[in-house]
Design a binder for this molecule. Sequence first.
Ligand SMILES: Cc1ncc(COP(=O)(O)O)c(C=O)c1O
Length: 327
Amino acid sequence: MKASLSAVPRVKFANLPTPVERMTRLAPKIGLRELWVKRDDLSGLALGGNKTRKLEYLVAEALSHGARTLLTTGAPQSNHCRQTAAAAAKFGFDCVLVLAGEPPTRYSGNLLLDHLFGAEIVWCPKDQREATLQEVFQKLWREGRRPYRIPYGGSNALGVLAYAQAVGEVVEQGVCPEWIVFPSSSGGTQAGLLLGCKLYKLDARIVGISVDLPASELRERIFQLCCQASDTYSFSVSVRIEEIVVDDSYRGEGYGIPTQADIQAIQDFARYEGILLDPVYTGRAAAGLIDLVKRGTIPADASVLFWHTGGTPALFAEAYEKLFSPP
Ligand SMILES: Cc1ncc(COP(=O)(O)O)c(C=O)c1O
């Protein structure tokens, strides 16, 4: 069944529109004529990030289902889990997080905040995530706690819808970039931006910098999300898989392991613009952006929008403590 966009339930708690700021010091430093940053790190809800927009729709659906518990999953330093835990606190849900990995000896960064928001944490090995989620879901259901399951990264048709609408926000702000660069992982943000550019007729090249998955796998996911969202809502536009650009060349040794270029990019944004990036997502995407300009893939005279998707609390995670400490 098709649903009209304006009829999709949404609870409004995000600080929108998020600012879009021109980087007058960083642009010449990296060799670009025009660099803008869309500040979704200032979107509100427990230090902001790209999940705020998605959660406005996901929480509305949970409320309409009569749910009592939000259940989701992620890495130990998941921004998505931290923001879901905050949303649960705000709307009076319980929150259960299935985190893939070993319990740490010390709680820090996002994980510390999960605990502060009162989330219950279930640890599991990464390869048992799905089975654990199902077990926990059934247990919550048996106990009468009415769980609502939010997908990994908040990426389903609702999450995609949120980011499609975010493009309309940029257009209304009068910024018309030729390129949009951002980190891509579960794919919802990229699927939304792709559909949104078509819906709002913004002729920009959308480049997702993969933080973990190989490009072929992530493109397929993004394509499925685009199809799901187009099918669910009355989108008059659709995305072809050939149009999806994912650059996976900046993954280094893998997810959550910052490369020297990631660290440099974080320092550049901090020291030239006073903007905090994070060591897992936005630092990597910024390193990709800087390299793409250096290589001439993004021409020096282009207008570029870097979509800041948040993640700041991970800067304070124990694992990254020494990254920016003096020697
Ligand atoms: C800070 C940050 N940026 C980007 C992403 C990737 O967004 P998506 O999962 O929609 O691809 C995430 C996902 O968790 C994130 O936490």
